[in-house]
Design a protein around this ligand. Structure first.
Ligand SMILES: Nc1ncnc2c1ncn2[C@@H]1O[C@H](COP(=O)(O)OP(=O)(O)OP(=O)(O)O)[C@@H](O)[C@H]1O
Ligand SMILES: [Mg+2]
Length: 245
């Protein structure tokens, strides 16, 4: 029987460098993300969170273990196969990475270019995505005309405009103040619930843990205390492991 998981990571290890400089950054990682689940990944700086996220996102290739994302085994997959998987994933990074010379609407519309969508339809989809994040009146604003929270909302619109099945977010609130960070994450939670999208979010921000169905903590390239059941926020284990992180 095939796995019901959207993401299935099994005995995954990863190294950077070669020869004497070879450094193991991920060791025997096992993780499942179910459809519709919001999983939070936390842990100290340098523990391997971003590396794991980029491997799951098909942005670099892993060396050992099995990585199945959206039903596809990523090992040895061709570049065109990877592009097909990436099309079904939304990415949000700590720095919003918006193109400064494009408006909010153009930034979102550009992300839809990877998809076989007519230009006029892409324009409507970009407008709808920006309206969904409350920026319907700032479609033609350039990034420098937007606040940090607004820029991160454009990044959310850009990631979700193509209706991905999986959203990968790397510290999306790191550059925001407390209130903006909370607003951005609550908005992301509402939208992914509406779209039925799964999320893996890296965060150090202990104030936003309540959005998670599952919390996992990484230390020195290993996952500790995985919490497989829903409602992990109420688990003392998860909370204490995050406080350590
Ligand atoms: N491209 C790379 N080449 C070599 N080493 C790398 C590379 N990317 C990351 N590393 C190393 O891998 C380890 C894990 O890095 P990673 O960025 O995954 O950590 P992180 O948990 O995301 O940290 P942070 O919380 O600071 O973002 C670190 O020791 C880092 O120096
Ligand atoms: Mg990181």
């Amino acid at each position: 029987m095939s796995s019901p998981s959207l993401v299935s990571v099994s005995h995954l290890s990863h190294y950077f460098g070669k020869g004497d400089l070879r450094q193991q950054v991920l060791a025997d990682i096992n993780l499942e993300i179910l459809p519709g689940e919001i999983a939070i990944l936390s842990g100290p700086s340098g523990s391997g969170k971003t590396t794991l996220l980029t491997l799951i996102g098909g942005l670099r290739s892993h060396q050992k273990g099995t990585l199945t994302v959206l039903g596809r085994n990523l090992k040895g997959m061709s570049e065109s196969g990877l592009v097909n998987v990436r099309r079904r994933i939304g990415y949000i990074f700590q720095a919003h990475n918006l193109l400064q010379f494009l408006t909010a609407h153009q930034n979102v519309q550009m992300s839809l270019r990877l998809h076989p969508i007519e230009k006029s339809k892409a324009a409507l989809q970009a407008t709808a995505a920006l309206e969904a994040v409350g920026l319907g009146d700032r479609l033609h604003a350039y990034p420098h005309q937007l606040s940090g929270g607004q820029k991160q909302r454009v990044a959310i619109a850009r990631a979700l405009a193509c209706r991905p099945q999986l959203l990968l977010a790397d510290e999306p609130t790191a550059s925001l103040d407390k209130q903006s960070g909370r607003e951005v994450v609550t908005l992301m939670q509402q939208l992914v619930r509406t779209q039925g999208c799964s999320v893996l979010m890296v965060t150090h921000d202990s104030r936003i843990l309540d959005v998670a169905d599952k919390i996992v903590t990484m230390e020195d390239g290993k996952l500790i205390d995985p919490t497989p059941s829903a409602n992990a926020y109420s688990s003392e284990t998860s909370k204490s492991s995050l406080i350590r992180g």
